[in-house]
Design a protein around this ligand. Structure first.
Ligand code: DX5
Ligand code: ZN
Length: 227
């Protein structure tokens, strides 16, 4: 996975047809997705349940590019190996998910994946200051995690700006997750983000049998992010 700061659109399959994940992943990649974002929820760290490592392993062969796995679970550490074995290229865990996020980042890299750390909206940028030399991605949640289709929280744009300054020349992606669409994408791109996760704004209007709207939606976000 070579590093670059160009804008990458990462559709979240949380908004896909859950009975058709394989076909949905193939469709979004064919329509221009850069990464595939996979939201894992446990009904404990967040008030919703999605799926686990077995589903990730099942969809892996349908993804040619990067499988970006966002763990909204607590605890995290007992499951890292399973998600790495399932083929995750990036595994992201939340700062708020436990007392030992530093160890969690070590464990993710130790399992052979890139390490991501996510921040809930109320968590300040400084929470990752001492992790910056051991992570590959910082995910700024621009909604409270748990559900797709929520409203973008504007106060987070300033956090992105702070993180961009803190990161400096380090090869660390800044990912935005929640409420990204053509109106909010330029705000976070200008603040220094390079990976834009989008669920509802990518999948709306399309389906596996009519995937062209996915492409139009992805292009609209990418064009809006050209700042
Ligand atoms: C929220 C998830 C997001 C979500 C984004 O907990 O982590 O990835 O699917 O969905 P939209 O783009 O609809 O806000
Ligand atoms: Zn996510």
């Amino acid at each position: 996975m070579p590093f670059d700061r160009s804008i990458k659109i990462a559709p979240s399959i949380l908004s896909a047809d859950f009975a058709n994940f394989g076909a949905e992943c193939r469709a979004i990649e064919a329509q221009g997705a850069d990464w595939v974002h996979v939201d894992v929820m446990d009904g404990h760290f967040v008030p919703n349940i999605t799926f686990g490592p077995a589903t990730c392993a099942a969809i892996r062969p349908h993804i040619k590019g990067v499988m970006d796995v966002h763990l909204m679970i607590a605890p995290v550490d007992p499951y890292i190996e399973a998600f790495a074995k399932a083929g995750a290229d990036i595994i992201t865990a939340h700062v708020e998910a436990g007392p030992h996020i530093h160890r969690t980042m070590q464990a993710i890299r130790g399992a052979g994946a890139k390490a991501g750390v996510a921040l809930n909206p109320a968590t300040p940028a400084a929470a990752v200051e001492y992790l910056l030399d051991m992570v590959d991605l910082v995910c700024v949640m621009t909604v409270n995690p748990g559900f797709g289709g929520q409203k973008f929280i504007h106060s987070q744009v300033d956090k992105v700006r702070q993180l961009r300054a803190m990161i400096g020349d380090r090869p660390i992606h800044i990912e935005i997750d929640g409420g990204v669409d053509p109106t909010t994408a330029p705000l976070v791109a200008a603040a220094g983000a390079d990976v834009l996760v989008a669920g509802s704004a990518v999948f709306r209007g399309g389906s596996v049998s009519d995937p062209a709207p996915y492409g139009a939606n992805i292009r609209a976000i990418r064009d809006a992010a050209k700042v």
